[in-house]
Write a protein that binds this ligand. Structure first.
Ligand code: FUC
Ligand code: CA
Length: 829
């Protein structure tokens, strides 16, 4: 037994084979724009960026590599490069709140009174007043373009071209031969050194590296306009400027080191000129004077100060040192999870270039092993994207993560909270990247101060010196400048429940890590203030039950007093506050107030005449209201996922949820597919979830594996990764449910390193659709309860092979007392 257990531990802790986690291509992005043309404004060029370029990032800095041979273009991003917000041009900027419309909550009260009197048409009409401004909304902007113009003999043929992105190392590479010389490039965004680095090398033969480097502004709409300066010196370039729209200061420092006899890097008219080098190391730092600090949102730095700070980077480090620090950082995180779905242990690179693999998948031409290879690649790509776009002291991942390829991004590439920002963070904890959620927690915390203004203007709920955290409000979309008002149209823009929804993502940090200090100091104050808002905001319906009014289910149907969407989210908020309050020793007075609220809350779930979960309480059979069939939002099913109101423990609602899901159909796009995969996984229907994965690959994945809505939106990628985790393990019911939605297509496989609620790590091995072994390592002491098919005959051993005493609370469950840090192996005969 001991030998067997040890051997199992060895299998489940094997480092992941780095070679498998690679996107690769046999050609560069196509060259479409002419020299001198602004690339970002050319739709064909944008399409190349969106579909073929390879993303790099460290949470604050981002870059996309095109891999072109003669004229390489790299788009550069800096997460805080935003127009909008406070500005000398907008002295009255107030996060979009319109005092004359909200009237300190009077408009809301009038609407609520009309609903109470049954004057639905009048109530609905007055809802039009619950809107905000659009002035100063702004947009996430591209930072700049970096060009590398290689002077090469265009007659000499290029051979063996290869372009790739290693997910396990976070490095994009390009290599090819020309005239007997091998040219290779590496690109990465280092988190430890906060630098974007490019390394060029020419080996063998006669040829050297001769190229011009230039940094260029990106054009776009009026809010992208900027004043810039470019200074050049031997081996360095400084780009700095100010956004005209809001005075935001930004700067980049670029340093170049060249190696080789007679090699040089001299200033030129447009940038730097590199001559006769065998190796070149280009290091770029970028930053702005943005600070997520209400109400000014600036660090208060001068341009010089900003430049000085950007110069304090790892310039002096050798390339191998920079590279080593970066790959250690990325591989230690990416390597936490190894997923094998039958793709086989490829010794070298994946079998086919990624674009061909995708095409083969779409045309049904792949072997099962190749299909699994692509499914695993997309899974790990989601983890890679989150790690690259959400880390450290920075803003959270926006609609496009950190990457924009021009200055007209869709939906301003902002923070949308009617599913998108939530979905971005669904995989964070289960995919073993809890640290990536910290920027989200900081960000939601930062909405509190401006959100109090919105609560006062639109709901009449005011904070004061005596009551400093009396409730905050935010809606569908927001920006890094405290934009918390409702949108400029009620139907998409009014959504107070967006906050309780995103707060689930914040609370989950505690559920997964059990970090009580984080709960006490950061998480609970956010939850409590949101609950405080609802204590004052809810009103009684005709039967004396508490409802949120007016309510609107994204993005269709009637405006009503209460609906399933809002009631489920509010229920979850109070529920989670009660759990948190219990842990932290909240006062009995507060706890009983919340208990009372939960009791009086109109129950979220009602079942309709078609056996469906009603989306509105006035709904009868499916389709009697709204757009029941095929609508992309699943707002009435949030109690099933990501919440825990509906589960197999509530069989009637669980069955009704299935009816509603069928009505919504499998046809959707982007995040709509991501949400469906997760929701079907919660319904424990693995084959259904997998058929959605196949549909996602068929319509929603671009050759660079970015998800497209269209356009490119990162939520779909992250939703997919979360969905795969949901198919493999559930932990939202206080029991670890193993392989709850395993599809037939993944009959055999193993996964190492998933995280489950309660601060434990779990690894699984299964065959023919059945769990063989599981290994669980809890970081805390306590009872562990597991559910899986075949639990009846399972045994548990510790890492020494000693049998552990266990109970069988249910036929499909086992439970045992676990010690912190110990390894437990569960096996089935
Ligand atoms: C929500 C969605 C849209 C889009 C936008 C960014 O409003 O309904 O489809 O994803 O967010
Ligand atoms: Ca929960």
């Amino acid at each position: 037994m001991l030998r067997f257990v040890l051997c199992l531990i060895a299998i489940l802790t094997l480092p992941l084979p780095a070679s498998e986690l690679q996107l690769w291509y046999k050609s560069p992005c196509k060259t479409v724009a002419k020299a001198g043309e602004d690339h970002g404004e050319n739709p064909a060029e944008y399409a190349q960026w969106e579909s073929y370029s390879l993303p790099l990032g460290n949470g604050s800095l981002g870059a996309n590599v095109f891999g072109r041979i003669h004229r390489e273009r790299v788009t550069l991003n800096e997460k805080s490069m935003w127009s909008g917000g406070p500005s000398p041009r907008r002295p009255h900027y107030q996060g979009g709140n319109l005092v004359n419309k909200g009237k300190k909550g009077q408009t809301l009260k009038d609407i609520q009174a009309l609903f109470a009197q049954g004057k639905l048409t009048e109530a609905s009409a007055l809802c039009e007043q619950l809107t905000g401004s659009s002035e100063g909304y702004g947009s996430y902007l591209q930072f700049a373009d970096l060009y590398l113009d290689f002077k090469k003999d265009k007659q000499l043929p290029i051979t063996d071209y290869r372009r790739s992105l290693s997910l396990s190392q976070g490095i994009a590479s390009v290599s090819y031969f020309q005239g007997g010389t091998r040219f290779s490039r590496e690109y990465f965004c280092s988190y430890p050194d906060q630098l974007f680095v490019i390394h060029l090398k020419a080996e063998g033969g006669e040829q050297r590296l001769n190229l011009a480097l230039s940094l260029r502004d990106v054009l776009g709409g009026s809010d992208a306009q900027r004043d810039t300066r470019l200074e050049r010196a031997e081996g360095s370039m400084t780009y700095s400027g100010t956004l005209k729209d809001n005075g935001l200061q930004f700067a980049a420092q670029l340093r170049v080191r060249v190696q080789g006899e007679g090699a040089s890097c001299q200033p030129s008219a447009s940038g730097l000129e590199i001559r006769e080098a065998e190796e070149v190391c280009i290091m770029v730092s970028m930053g702005t004077d943005y600070a997520n600090d209400y109400p000014h949102y600036r660090k208060g730095w001068s341009q010089e100060e900003l430049l000085t700070r950007l110069a304090q980077r790892g310039w002096e480090s050798s390339y191998p040192d920079l590279r080593q620090r970066h790959t250690d950082d990325v591989s230690s995180r990416m390597g936490r999870i190894n997923l094998q779905l039958g793709q086989g242990v490829a010794k070298h690179s994946p079998t086919l270039p990624t674009d061909e693999l995708l095409r083969g998948y779409q045309r049904g031409k792949l072997t099962p092993a190749q299909r699994a290879e692509l499914e695993v690649l997309l899974y790990q790509f989601g983890r890679y994207l989150l790690l690259s776009s959400s880390r450290g002291d920075s803003l959270p991942a926006n609609l496009q993560g950190i990457w924009v390829g021009n200055n007209r991004p869709a939906w301003h590439s902002d923070y949308h909270m009617n599913v998108n920002l939530q979905m971005n963070y669904w995989p964070a904890y289960s995919a073993n990247l809890a640290e990536c959620a910290l920027p989200l927690i900081d960000y939601i915390d930062s909405l509190r101060e401006p959100g109090r203004v919105t609560a006062a203007v639109y709901a009449g709920i005011e904070s004061s010196e005596q009551q400093p955290a009396n409730g905050f409000m935010a809606h569908t979309q927001n920006t890094p400048f405290g934009w918390t008002c409702p949108g400029w149209s009620f139907d998409w823009g009014w959504s107070p429940a967006a906050l309780p929804w995103i707060i689930q993502n914040v609370w989950e940090y505690y559920e997964y890590t059990q970090d009580e200090r984080m709960l006490r100091e950061r998480i609970y104050p956010i939850m409590k203030e949101c609950a405080r808002f609802y204590e004052q905001y809810l009103v009684e319906d005709a039967e004396g039950r508490l409802v949120s009014c007016p309510a609107y289910s994204p993005e269709h149907g009637p405006r009503t007093a209460g609906n399933t969407y809002e009631q489920s989210l509010i229920w979850q908020l109070f529920q989670d506050c009660l759990i948190a309050g219990d842990i932290l020793g909240e006062s009995e007075e507060q706890m009983s107030r919340w208990r009372g609220m939960v009791k009086r809350l109109r129950p979220a779930i009602e079942i309709g005449e078609s056996g469906q979960i009603k989306e509105w309480y006035t709904e009868k059979e499916l389709g009697s209201l709204g757009d029941a069939f095929g609508h992309r939002h699943l707002s009435h099913l949030l109690g099933l996922f990501p919440g825990d109101l509906i589960s197999e423990d509530t069989p009637e609602a669980f069955a009704a949820a299935r009816v509603s899901m069928h009505a919504r159909t499998d046809k959707s796009t982007g995040w709509g597919m991501g949400q469906r995969i997760n929701t079907w996984a919660r319904l424990k229907e693995g084959d259904k979830a997998h058929s959605l994965i196949q549909a996602l690959f068929a319509h929603g994945i671009l050759p660079n594996l970015w998800d497209t809505h269209p356009p490119f939106q990162i939520d779909g990628n992250l939703g997919y990764t979360a969905g795969v985790n949901e198919m493999l393990v559930h932990s939202h019911r206080g029991v670890i449910d193993i392989l709850p939605a395993l599809p037939t297509a993944w009959a055999t496989g193993h996964v190492k390193g998933l995280r489950v609620r309660g601060d434990a790590e779990i690894s699984l091995e299964w065959q023919k659709g059945e769990l063989r072994r599981a290994q669980i390592t809890p970081a805390r002491q306590g009872e562990l309860r597991l559910q899986f098919a075949g639990a009846k005959h399972a045994t548990v051993h510790d890492s020494q092979g000693a049998a552990i005493t266990m109970q069988r609370p249910q036929e499909s469950q086992i439970s045992f007392a676990a010690e912190a840090g110990k390894v437990y192996v569960i096996s089935r005969p």
